[in-house]
Design a protein around this ligand. Structure first.
Ligand code: SAH
Length: 223
């Protein structure tokens, strides 16, 4: 007799490895990002009824009108966050829009030592906490329920800020909370389309680079 439960996990492992191979074909090359995504069990973060699709390259509904980003988007954002730098350049990272906690788990698996993540919707904040506990990755990530538009001034500055919902303008408090040498990755919505931007803070100002088209839920300004 086969062990059904075990068979199911083995099935997820295989699908996750295929997802990672697909990410390589799509241009993800940082081995740390690929390694992190090959260990985080993404199916734990999606609703039970959708688990068979967890490793497909698509976003999935989380309820409350929100979505878990598609694997490629998470990989691109994480790779952009690292840029050309070694992982050690991103000691302290802030994520805006925890959702189900998948991106947070990827940051943990990557080995970022200090992680903060803000979610405005309490039910999702609670779910992310229990998801991260379920895979024993809550570890050192600090999950906050509140308005991510404002960032976390008490913990600033951050070496990296990942915004996983799209504002129409760069939130000024987040620019202020970036360390010199730090980098923010965010989608910006210009009313017609969204583009992913990278903002680097230097000693003399900001350097902004438009990377590619994006598709995120809106960043709500104000809880
Ligand atoms: N990082 C998630 C993506 C979640 S979708 C992942 O790994 O899949 C974006 C999330 O941003 C939603 O849960 C939404 O509720 C949240 N959000 C939108 N505006 C926000 C704000 N101002 N502050 C904090 N969270 C916000």
């Amino acid at each position: 007799m086969t062990n059904k439960g075990h068979g199911l996990w083995a099935g997820y492992d295989l699908r996750r490895q295929r997802m990672v191979q697909r990410l390589v074909q799509m241009g993800i090359h940082r081995s740390e990002v690929l390694d992190a995504m090959s260990v985080v069990p993404r199916h734990v973060f999606v609703e039970e009824a959708l688990r068979s699709r967890a490793y497909d390259d698509m976003s999935l509904p989380l309820g409350l009108g929100q979505t878990i980003s598609q694997p490629y988007t998470v990989a691109v954002m994480t790779q952009l966050l690292l840029g050309q730098e070694p992982l050690s350049a991103r000691q302290k990272v802030l994520e805006i829009g925890t959702g189900c906690g998948y991106q947070t788990a990827v940051l943990q698996a990557l080995g970022v030592p200090e992680i903060y993540s803000i979610e405005r919707l309490r039910p999702l904040h609670d779910r992310a906490k229990s998801n991260l506990r379920a895979i024993r990755l809550l570890g050192h990530a600090r999950l906050v329920c509140g308005d991510g538009y404002l960032g976390l001034p008490a913990e600033a500055p951050f070496d990296g800020i990942l915004v996983t919902a799209a504002p129409t303008q760069i939130p000024v408090p987040l620019l202020q909370q970036l360390a010199i040498g730090g980098r923010m990755v965010l989608p910006l919505d210009n009313g017609q389309a969204q583009y992913l931007w990278v903002i680097d803070k230097t000693a003399t100002g900001f350097q902004e680079t438009c990377v590619q088209e994006a598709l995120f839920v809106p960043l709500v300004n104000g809880t």
